[in-house]
Design a protein around this ligand. Structure first.
Ligand code: DCP
Ligand code: CA
Ligand code: CA
Length: 381
């Protein structure tokens, strides 16, 4: 026997804190992300099939589709297909084609990920997706986890105008498959004791890491569903896929995955970004508009018992290019005046270097916990 699977431990894999709680892991994925941001900035697009395009520039139509809204997907338009093919499929549909604008999507992504990090331990796995750990906040209570996830979805919709899909499960693999289960605007909670009944009917293609190549091999061996994969003799699986992949897939199909979240060692930074009322190069005016966010940031910091050593301001110009200026202090502090004055001075420098801004933000980093006396002491000495 290759794997020593302890089936009894399946439902209550305890978490990394060793406090015996069943883990509750969330996976969040923003829906048709780039196209949805385009809709937020131009709501008329919601009524049309909308395609975000990566033009290669060779001819007017050469390039590929980055993503498309769900209306366009009804016509078979999806990430990766040639723009020319998308145009043919949408010939009679009065579709809109917009060029990709990565810096713009990045700003939305950073705001959402930062606010997620304010609340949870987070492993960001892409521009529009992240794992987050609900275990501590819920004590492993999945009903509570479901509530927190609903709240999170509501907040992202309210603050950013974006829908997302969230999955919750006992580990990363199950959480990821759960977020993919219902899209767009989905929330799928897989209670630990439902893990196998959730997984078994799904196609092996749904297991993260199973691409076209692995899928083909599995199917050639008669393995179509996760149930089939879970029951396939481990020795045979290793022979057809190699040891590493076989072990991973066998465990995943049985709902097992001990991978911890690769979190950024606790909270490493906090930030706030605002859109200015009008584009302006008046740094006093920008500072005035940013001040409530600086207060808010300081409250967050204090609530978490954190000291900062580095302050930065972020400026986004009308052409959406992103710039920043930062200053590091000799010793960490949580002093509001230091934060506020540093932000004011840095803004003045940034604006005199760059001119007018569309958005402005403030960030504190090199954070040190008060509870973490040792590292605070290190800084102080
Ligand atoms: N993306 C891209 N090219 C690809 C795949 C993705 O440019 N081949 C970009 C555009 C997407 C973003 O990455 O908006 C996130 O990718 P997802 O795979 O999460 O796809 P979407 O968010 O677009 O759609 P879904 O609603 O299915 O998550
Ligand atoms: Ca997505
Ligand atoms: Ca994604």
């Amino acid at each position: 026997m290759l794997f020593n699977l302890s089936k009894t431990s399946l439902n209550y894999t305890t978490n990394a804190f060793g406090d015996g709680l069943p883990r509750a892991i969330g996976h969040l994925d923003l829906d048709y992300f780039f196209a949805q941001v385009e809709e937020v900035e131009n709501p008329a697009l919601k009524n049309s099939p909308t395609v975000v395009c990566v033009y290669s520039g060779r001819t007017e139509e050469s390039g590929v589709v980055s993503t498309a809204n769900y209306r366009a997907r009804e016509f078979g338009v999806k990430s990766g297909i040639p723009i020319s093919l998308a145009k043919r499929r949408l010939k009679d549909a009065e579709a809109v084609f917009v060029p990709i604008n990565q810096p713009k999507y990045q700003v939305y992504s950073e705001r959402i990920m930062d606010s997620l990090r304010d609340e949870f331990e987070v492993e960001q796995t892409g521009i529009d997706e992240a794992f987050f750990d609900l275990t501590r906040k819920t004590g492993g209570d999945y009903a509570k986890a479901q509530e927190l996830a609903s709240e999170l979805k509501r907040r992202i919709l309210l603050e950013e105008g974006l829908t997302c899909s969230i999955g919750i499960g006992p580990n990363k693999v199950v959480a990821k498959m759960a977020s993919d289960f219902k899209k767009p605007d989905g929330l799928t909670v897989v209670w630990p004791d439902q893990t196998l009944s959730f997984l078994f009917p799904l196609s092996v293609d749904k297991v993260p890491g199973v691409g076209p190549k692995t899928s083909k091999i599995l199917k050639e061996n008669g393995i179509e569903s996760i149930r089939g994969l879970a029951g396939y003799p481990a020795e045979n699986l290793e022979r057809i896929l190699g040891r590493k992949l076989a072990i991973y897939l066998h465990k995943a199909a049985n709902g097992q995955d001990d991978e911890p979240l690769a979190t950024e060692t606790g909270v490493s930074q906090l930030s706030r970004i605002i859109t200015l009322k009008t584009d302006t190069a008046d740094s006093t005016e920008i500072f005035t508009q940013l001040s409530p966010s600086i207060k808010d940031l300081h409250e967050r910091l204090t609530a978490k018992g954190l000291f900062f050593r580095t302050v930065a301001v972020i400026g986004i110009r009308p052409d959406l290019s992103i710039h920043s200026r930062s200053r590091s202090l000799e010793t960490p502090t949580n002093d509001y005046q230091v934060l506020s004055r540093s932000a004011r001075d840095l803004l003045a420098t940034l604006v005199s270097d760059l001119g007018g801004l569309r958005r402005a933000g403030v960030r504190v980093s090199d954070l040190v916990g008060v509870a973490n006396q040792q590292s605070l002491g290190e800084f102080m000495s």
